[in-house]
Write a protein of this length. Structure first.
Length: 438
């Protein structure tokens, strides 16, 4: 770690109180596929969402051909066939493992790291003002590419919002070679003037439309807007965004993600499900997955909701319903959730329908360490249930693929999402390890 820091401690660029680097993996899902299949390099590639529905990752070549983000693949089938675009199913096990390797590599460049998403991370570079930041960014770029095979873009600035702008410039402008430092004040305003207001982090479609209706079309205009007006129309979060554009850091690094107040596991089935037993298997699996997420943040849940729905895009009578119930005392024990899910399903299931989607949502979440004691009932904390789940979770944490699970979740899982063009899980399954022929 020390060598990474000392190598570029050569010149004073600016005396800044805070510095952030945003590292973003380029076309992450496609890049993961290319690591193990070099024949995909320089070729148009698209990775699809659950059940092979929509484009969720596109190579630059596919983008140039007109494949839009989120576009249903059936709508662009003619384009796919005409240009021989390679279409792949999502391989989440592989992507998750590669993401962890990328984040581990980034942690060598700073003691403070915020994992923002599966393919993005903020690095705190406080105290790095004496470093040659551009060269340091290049070293981050080279090291991640060398150690993981994933190309990244690196943007450095005094705030997280400006780092997002810098990262976008690094990604969109080939002349930057994937790195850009937005630290010189004389260049910030001209670049913000050329950045659309809708491209600013935290400005969604609704806010973009509102701002444009008032003549605020670019980031510089937003930066110079009245704080009173911004707070009135965009609330305090919008005001923080404006101050961040002015170089005032308002969004600190979050090294530990705050516990979720709601946990949901929802999926569309690989094929439509008619029988109660098959539907019960799927909802049990979703309940188990939600319970695992709950334990990961050391929480317990006191309220569970289940919903089922038919295919809204299919002609004929539709049906959708949901039901919920309390869990007393609050728990994180998987069988408690799978049993509740089955009872809820019995109350809303109707024969004669083909179901396309179901989900389990957990509410009333609290810390397992501070859970309320019950006079006549055993709480989850320090109970045999907790010990069992800790043991199962510990075993599963060692297994990237092939986990321990409860029989109620089903064995064959015919309802599982469709993945007709999934690549192998090269890094997590011995049966699918990369083969090299000599």
């Amino acid at each position: 770690m020390g060598s990474c820091y000392q190598r570029y401690k050569v010149i004073l660029i600016e005396k800044m109180k805070t510095l952030f680097a945003l590292v973003d993996c380029n076309n992450f899902y496609v890049s993961c596929e290319r690591v193990f299949n070099p024949s995909l390099n320089n070729q148009p590639v698209v990775v699809l969402s659950n059940n092979d529905g929509c484009a969720v990752s596109r190579s630059n070549e596919a983008k140039a051909l007109g494949i839009r983000m989120g576009e249903p693949i059936f709508k662009c089938r003619e384009l796919v066939n005409k240009h021989s675009i390679k279409v792949l199913s999502s391989n989440y096990v592989l992507y998750g493992d590669i993401s962890q390797r990328v984040m581990n590599t980034l942690s060598r460049f700073t003691p403070k790291l915020e994992i923002y998403s599966i393919d993005e991370a903020f690095l705190s570079l406080d105290g790095f003002a004496h470093y040659n930041l551009l060269e340091y960014a290049k070293e981050i770029n080279r090291t991640v590419r060398r150690d993981t095979g994933i190309p990244v873009s690196v943007g450095i600035a005094a705030t997280k919002t400006l780092a997002k702008v810098a990262n976008r410039i690094a990604k969109k402008n080939p002349a930057t070679n994937g790195v850009f430092c937005l630290t010189d004040e004389k260049f910030i305003d001209p670049l913000l003037e050329n950045t659309g207001v809708g491209d600013i982090w935290g400005i969604g479609c609704a806010r973009e439309k509102l701002l444009k209706s008032y003549g605020i079309n670019n980031a510089l205009q937003l930066k110079n807007a009245s704080e009173d007006w911004i707070q009135k129309h965009l609330t305090i979060m919008g005001l923080k965004t404006v101050r961040e554009l002015r170089g005032i850091s308002c969004l600190p690094l979050e090294e530990t993600s705050p516990p979720k107040k709601v946990i949901a596991t929802t999926r569309s089935f690989g094929h439509e499900v008619r029988s109660f037993d098959e539907l019960a298997e799927s909802t049990a699996a979703y309940a188990s997955n939600a319970a695992e997420k709950l334990r990961e943040q050391n929480s317990v849940c006191g309220h569970i909701q289940l919903f089922i729905a038919t295919n809204p895009f299919k002609n004929g009578e539709q049906y959708a319903n949901s039901s919920s119930m309390r869990i007393n005392p609050p728990s994180a024990y998987t069988p408690d959730f799978t049993n509740c899910a089955r009872m809820l399903l019995k109350s809303i299931y109707r024969e004669g329908f083909s179901y396309k989607r179901a989900g389990v949502i957990l509410f009333d979440i609290s810390s397992s360490k501070n859970s309320q004691e019950y006079l006549f009932e055993e709480t989850y904390q320090n109970s045999p249930k907790e010990k069992l789940m800790k043991t199962i979770d510990k075993i599963n944490s060692r297994l990237n693929y092939g986990k321990l699970f409860f029989a109620s979740e089903g064995l064959d899982k015919p309802w599982y999402m469709r993945q007709s063009n999934r690549s192998k899980r090269f890094t997590t399954s011995w049966n699918e390890i990369l083969e090299i022929k000599i």
